[in-house]
Design a binder for this molecule. Structure first.
Ligand code: TMP
Ligand code: ASP
Length: 236
């Protein structure tokens, strides 16, 4: 598979065309961003850790019957993925209250959410990813009714896979964000799953092991990611 021109450069990853129109190469960089790109810093090893972490998780999702764009790892920081037509909607599941939910609803961090809740956000940094609902998604044509149903179903099914994986290594899955896209009219998971896009707390101490370490200047950001990876048995 030949790596051709850069198609797109996001805050933490770059996407390259290949000689196959159905596949692109995603490169994980060390750039770490928060607050919609307001704070960006390079953190050594991050690209490699997230690439390996993501591959491990994508394989677990596939094994559970959840379709993803993942094909195979190409190098420490590169992965071959299907080229999706992305839906500009972020699907967030919350098992425990944290982050924007606490600010918006005045809830204290750490409250368990039973059942877990799901929120949609529009992927738009300039607008700070505003929260939207299913009616917005349909009215603006971002996705059809059927696609919304599929995204919700896949997002909750992934919750079961993730929660079990992390619980087995003493980690609480607080919340996470997933993005979906179309591959020849089939909806599948795109983007990545790594500690950049979820909240993970040690089940006993509640120590934060995810990007909140960067957002809140807690230090040892990549050490937190590596600890999660090591507990899961990800080869870094
Ligand atoms: P929030 O509490 O800031 O709304 O975020 C909820 C979860 O979704 C958290 O794990 C971070 C993740 N997330 C992203 O990774 N990128 C985003 O743009 C948003 C809105 C959330
Ligand atoms: N992923 C978004 C950003 O980089 C939001 C965040 O993680 O705080 O800015």
């Amino acid at each position: 598979m030949q790596k051709l021109t850069e198609l797109y450069s996001g805050k933490a990853k770059s996407v390259y065309a290949t000689d196959d129109p159905d596949h692109v190469i995603m490169q994980f960089r060390d750039d770490t961003s928060a607050f919609d790109g307001l704070k960006i810093v390079q953190l050594a090893r991050k690209g490699r850790v997230n690439n390996k972490f993501n591959a491990f998780i994508m394989e677990k999702l596939s094994a559970a019957g959840i379709p993803t764009h993942f094909e195979r790892l190409l190098s420490d920081t590169e992965v071959l993925v299907k080229k999706l037509q992305m839906i500009p909607v972020e699907c967030v599941v919350r098992n425990i209250a944290a982050g924007s939910l606490c600010k918006r609803l005045g809830i204290s961090e750490g409250q368990e959410l039973t059942p877990p809740t799901l929120e949609f956000f529009l992927k738009n940094d300039a607008l700070h990813d505003p929260m939207i609902n299913e009616y917005h998604i349909r009215s603006f044509g971002w996705a059809t009714d059927n696609e919304v149903t599929l995204m919700k179903d896949l997002t909750f099914r992934a919750n079961h896979v993730f929660k079990t994986l992390f619980a087995n290594v003493g980690i609480l899955l607080v919340d996470y964000k997933l993005e979906f896209g179309r591959f020849h009219d089939t909806i599948m998971l795109g983007d990545e799953f790594s500690p950049d896009g979820c909240r993970l707390w040690d089940a006993t101490t509640r120590k934060k092991l995810d990007k909140d370490r960067f957002r809140q200047d807690l230090g040892d950001v990549i050490e937190g990611y590596e600890e999660v990876a090591q507990r899961l048995g990800v080869t870094l």
